[in-house]
Design a protein around this ligand. Sequence first.
Ligand SMILES: [Zn+2]
Length: 97
Amino acid sequence: MNCKPKSRTFSRPRPKPRKSHVTKSGRIILGRKEYRELCALALERAGGYCETPGCRVRVFGRPENFHHIRHRSLGGSDSLDNIRVLCLEHHNREHGR
Ligand SMILES: [Zn+2]
């Protein structure tokens, strides 16, 4: 019997391309391309910095820098007024981490 643990590799599934749409409840869900454009606009609005008052940490537009004020799982939309640009520390705080 071979007691050596099997090596397991976890590969992330490639995210499926999504098309932008509005749900029955009125949520705006953007496709990947449109979401990237939205994030670029949010980053421009933020001037490249965390939008937490008093924080001057520079952010570079990584996915972890964009926070949905009303989470998508709770009915939030992919819209400029629902996105805040946050540094990693403040984003983690928003999620209680
Ligand atoms: Zn910050």
